[in-house]
Write a protein that binds this ligand. Structure first.
Ligand SMILES: [Zn+2]
Length: 348
């Protein structure tokens, strides 16, 4: 379990807790670091994760940590810790956590997949939500600039992305594309289902970004090609294909959410390290399909390219000149497309 034991030992030291966690986080390699939207842009600009995490030096954190606040959502407790003072009113941070956690709990049929998360907010001079990191299904750390507005929090994707990491098992390093891809794929889906963004916004983003995940010349599959494009967007494309495959094989009876709920029900969240085989077997058992196995064989062990223009046409997604999309509800997979971003019926 490498450095994870150290993270766990950092717990339970009373007043020094936030300090200990911050120091430990700086020492470990991060699972996920991405920068947020460029101010004023209509969408997000995902950038390559920096090689090293940008942490506040430990000596700056030796003061007594700010008192922690707690938010309860979906049966889980979210504790907020500030590195120094809060960059914006604490109520804005708590609303942001509440909204993000609710989107995810709803995707997972009401319960948030881990019992608690400790979220450290690091202030920065740059306005907006910045870097996010996740560890072990227990800790998140996100940078927030002074001057970040309620609208910035409303549009933010980083908190949802990082929280989603806490909901899926840790995998061996060469399969990390599966973890990053899942957060990248599910973040807009969870937001669309909860009414935070429109379906058209989700599909226009995918039309714009998903091509980054296609294999280049000489690619040997997602398990062996660890570029930024393949890890984040190749991983997202993998989960998009899994979601489609489940819906087609089950004739609409199940979707990716059912596979993920099955994995969580068996104890598969960010606090455990699993094999991909275990993830695949439990996910496929939950949907009574072979979708995960089939897509994994196609895309992880081999390049498994996806002809995106043809896929958009089958789904009834019609890219427009201005970057938006129109929908064709008579397309062969239009109903599948609608089911993906639609809030599931109660009990589904
Ligand atoms: Zn990530």
């Amino acid at each position: 379990m490498d450095g994870r034991g150290a993270s766990r030992r950092a717990r339970g030291r009373g007043a020094a807790r936030a300090v200990a966690v911050a120091v430990t986080l700086a020492a470990l390699s991060s699972n996920c670091v991405r920068s947020s939207a460029a101010p004023g842009s209509s969408g997000e600009q995902e950038s390559s994760p920096p090689a090293a995490s940008k942490e506040t030096p430990a000596e700056e954190l030796e003061d007594e940590p700010a008192p922690a606040a707690a938010v309860e959502i979906g049966g889980a407790r979210f504790t907020v810790i500030y590195d120094g003072r809060a960059p914006v009113p604490e109520a804005s941070i708590e609303d942001w956590i509440r909204r993000s956690a609710t989107l995810i709990a709803e995707y997972y049929s009401g319960d948030f997949p881990v019992p608690d998360l400790e979220i450290t907010i690091t202030p920065s001079r740059r306005s907006g939500v910045g870097f996010g990191q996740h560890w072990d299904g227990k800790w998140l750390r996100i940078t927030v600039g002074e001057g970040t507005t309620p609208q910035d929090f409303e549009r933010d994707w980083v908190m949802v992305h990082e929280m989603l990491h806490a909901c899926f098992p840790d995998l061996e390093r060469r399969h990390r594309w599966m973890q990053e891809g899942l957060s990248t794929y599910l973040e807009p889906i969870a937001r669309a289902r909860g009414g935070n963004v429109s379906d058209a916004w989700v599909w226009s983003k995918w039309v714009r970004m998903m091509h980054n995940g296609r294999p280049g010349f000489g690619d040997r599959g997602l398990d062996r090609t660890h570029t930024w494009g393949r890890v984040y967007w190749g991983g997202a494309l993998f989960w998009l294909m899994v979601d489609l495959e489940i819906r087609q094989q089950s004739k609409g009876a199940a979707g990716l959410e059912h596979a993920l709920r099955g994995i969580v029900a068996a104890g598969g969240n960010g606090r455990v390290t699993w094999s991909t085989d275990k993830v695949i077997e439990l996910g496929d058992a939950a949907t009574k399909t072979t979708a995960l196995r089939d897509v994994y064989t196609r895309m992880a062990d081999a390049p498994g390219d996806v002809e995106l223009d043809a896929l958009w046409a089958r789904l009834g997604v019609l890219p427009q000149e201005d970057g938006t999309v129109e929908f064709n509800d008579d397309a062969p997979l239009a109903a599948v497309r609608q089911a993906m971003t639609r809030a599931p019926d109660a009990g589904a």
